[in-house]
Design a protein around this ligand. Sequence first.
Ligand code: AMP
Length: 283
Amino acid sequence: MKILNEPKELQRLAETIRLQEKRIGFVPTMGALHDGHLSLVKIAKQRADVVMVSVFVNPLQFGKNEDFERYPRPFERDVELARLAGADILFAPSAAALYGEGFQTFVEVREISKGFEGDVRPTHFRGVATVVLKLLNLAKPHVAVFGEKDAQQLALVRRMVADLNLDVEIVGAPIVREPDGLAMSSRNVYLSAEERREATILYRALQEAKRALESGERNPDALKRLVVATISSVPIATLDYAEIVCAEDFSPTPALQSGKTYFLILAARFGKTRLLDNLRFSL
Ligand code: AMP
């Protein structure tokens, strides 16, 4: 596995690979890799000849009082895990290399950036869209894989790719979970032992909703009430939101329609740690 730090180097290598008529698969990450990330690498390998993984803790997508400084950065371990998962190229630029002096261009995906994560983190999606566009311009992938774990981010990337006519296929990958159901996340390491134990309530709440859907429940408010009631059984969990949105444009839905795909999305705090989870379903 080749490790590159310079944006220009990655761009030149991508150009060379394309000239060899090989397909490039790309998986952008912020590192602290876990099995969720590695599942994306495996999907990319199935769809491409050469797989590039980026490890970059993007300052632009963190708010002032967020965890940019303390975000875990186990770089050596990431290198080893990416290599074992079959990545061919690991791109790990510095912030200075990616955002040169005088940087002032940002990507705004207007509607999907609003609500949910966008309400709690007002500059987050502008940072995500900007870095993803930059990385796509450098890695020149034919296919890029993103996790459904960050469903709003996935919808935003799809929208940006369509709106800006980017020549890349975006693939969404299912959430990988711990054996007890907690969605894997680099931020799970922040949880205390008690918070970690109780955090499984998010998955259990989504499973309750899934069972209700399977029994024929079609009222979004009833499904949301079920999730809210389940999560409120854990006193240390503070729910930020639970909503049902259309998978495509992330708009909240007053009524479920057959033939459409939805996400039941939720975010909750356990102490200082915010966790996201969701259930994707089609009717
Ligand atoms: P991050 O490093 O958290 O920015 O995530 C990088 C990519 O991995 C994003 O596309 C995430 O949606 C995806 N990802 C994170 N956690 C998981 C998970 N548990 N299962 C599947 N994909 C994930």
